[in-house]
Design a protein around this ligand. Structure first.
Ligand code: SAH
Ligand code: SF4
Ligand code: F3S
Length: 482
């Protein structure tokens, strides 16, 4: 390792201070403009929307450096893997993939392989790359995307392995360009990091302290998205409900931010993720106005057992959660609620798991991401005895998924025969003769129609309901059947 290299340190990543993080205003340095001339790039993204948003910034930086998109990984001169550390099996997949990239390097010795995102924030990962994956040229983490051009220049010049991972609370970088994947829907970060420290979760260590963007910067970004013709924004944060609590001066809240954004002429606003403990009455009141605030809320519950919720450090009870859902259903009639659930957390008994299943029934979720607990080194739960047998975890996951799928179908069934507004995103992935888009409740709809509807919000009548999708027909083309 050269003197340039910086490895992550879990103890520094744990640190939280009261100081306000620095805000950096990014400006692209013209001396990097030709690094990628006549070269191609490919980015592969794992993990959550935070990583997807980061990859859109990294893609924009690649193109600012003159790289053009590669048709496939095999043809790229620069391969960047933007990684997720949230579960062990996802990490194993990434290591397998990095291993396979070696063959491309043998064919093209000038190929640059870079690894970024949450995995490099773990010491063990960086040690492994240093030891076993010498063909990786560049490793950086979640706090220094804006330095990517600088790193690339160094790597191309020195031809060595550069590791630069900062274990810090994090800063805020404004004005990074973004090359957005979707032409009609955009991610808008409203905050970074997480201070919740759920005992199973590595995110507070990989993403740093909770820090909110200034409202003025968020509004400026949304206004420019409106000018570019975007129809939908999704506000991003690990816990959007605590937006603003770290900002200086007058207290600002997520409810205030949402109320202000809802005044802007953007047809659809969504947000993710909400923590159930911070869902305020003010926020519920703002959401009850409807309009461009979409009636879908992703509200991870993680478990239905009070004992397990406590061990997870979730800071709410089953009753609190179910009451919150009741209030949401009253304030936002027809709201669709989805969730995240972990099975097999240390010490989870059959009774705890039965509590989770009964909560799923009571809450009437219309979808969920479900996971088998995965111990993450450095988190408090990693020190607990991982005592639920793997076979038991798998059975629980399967049972849970059966319940969840019933919810998906029931949620979809309520739209049978109804006319719903659909934001048309493009041609259906499963049937090239049909168009596809999403409803306000975030249900995917496939239907036949002309290509010039892409990018528009149009009425569609639902004719067929399946567990995972809806089928429809253009409502205004069939006046007789209305
Ligand atoms: N900040 C978001 C989500 C972060 S990670 C939130 O709090 O909701 C997304 C999901 O991954 C979590 O909601 C949780 O269900 C799951 N997850 C996180 N750590 C995990 C672990 N160690 N094992 C299994 N699932 C995990
Ligand atoms: Fe992880 Fe909990 Fe933070 Fe979500 S709120 S990112 S689950 S620590
Ligand atoms: Fe994964 Fe990092 Fe997101 S660990 S879930 S990519 S914050």
């Amino acid at each position: 390792m050269t003197d340039n290299n910086h490895k992550p340190m879990i103890n520094s990543a744990r640190k939280r201070t009261a100081s306000r993080p620095d805000t950096i205003r990014f400006e692209f340095d013209d001396r990097f403009r030709f690094i990628g001339t006549n070269r191609t790039y490919a980015i592969e993204t794992h993990g959550c929307q935070a990583n997807e948003a980061d990859s859109e910034h990294l893609a924009a930086l690649c193109e600012a450096m003159g790289f053009s998109p590669a048709l496939s990984l095999a043809q790229a001169d620069l391969i960047l893997i933007n990684t997720c550390a949230v579960r062990e099996n996802a990490e194993q997949k990434v290591f397998g993939e990095i291993g396979r990239l070696k063959q491309y390097k043998e064919k093209n010795p000038d190929l640059i392989i870079a690894v970024s995102g949450c995995m490099p924030q773990e010491e063990v990962v960086v040690d492994k790359i240093l030891k076993k994956y010498r063909h990786v040229n560049l490793v950086f983490g979640t706090h220094n995307l804006h330095l990517f051009p600088e790193y690339l220049e160094k790597v191309i010049h020195d031809k060595g392995q550069l590791i630069d991972v900062l274990s810090m609370e994090g800063c805020i970088v404004e004005d990074l360009p973004a090359l957005r994947k979707n032409r009609f829907k955009a991610w808008v970060n409203i905050m970074y990091g997480c201070d919740e420290f759920c005992t199973y979760c590595i995110v507070p260590y990989t993403r740093g302290k909770e820090r909110s963007r200034d409202k003025a910067d968020i509004i400026k970004e949304v206004r420019s998205l409106i000018d570019e013709g975007y129809q939908e924004i999704t506000l991003l944060g690990q816990n959007v409900n605590s937006y603003g609590l770290d900002l200086p001066g007058e207290t600002q809240s997520f409810a205030d931010l949402l109320a202000d954004l809802s005044q802007l002429p953007i047809p659809r606003i969504r947000f993710t993720t909400s923590h159930p403990k911070d869902f305020s009455n003010e926020l519920i009141t703002v959401l009850s106005q409807g309009g461009n605030l979409m009636p879908h809320i992703h509200l991870p519950v993680q478990s239905g057992s009070d004992r397990i919720l406590k061990a997870m450090n979730r800071k709410y009870t089953r009753d609190h959660y179910l009451n919150l859902i009741r209030s949401l259903r009253i304030a936002i009639p027809g709201v669709s609620i989805t969730t995240d659930i972990i099975v097999g957390f240390p010490s989870e008994t059959d009774v705890d798991f039965a509590d989770t299943l009964s909560l799923v029934q009571e809450a009437r979720f219309e979808g969920a991401y479900t996971f088998i607990y995965s111990p993450r080194s450095g988190t408090p739960a990693a020190a607990y005895r991982d005592d639920v047998p793997v076979s038991q975890k798998k059975i629980r996951l399967q049972l849970l998924n059966q319940h969840i799928n019933e919810g998906y179908l029931a949620g979809n069934q309520r739209f049978a025969g109804k006319i719903v507004p659909v934001l048309v995103e493009g041609v259906s992935k499963t049937d090239l003769t049909r168009l596809s888009g999403y409803t306000p409740h975030n249900k995917i709809v496939n239907f036949k129609g002309p290509m010039d509807l892409i990018g528009k919000i149009i009425p569609v009548r639902i004719t067929q309901v399946r567990t995972w999708s809806l089928t429809g027909e253009l409502a205004n083309l069939n006046p007789k059947t209305r």
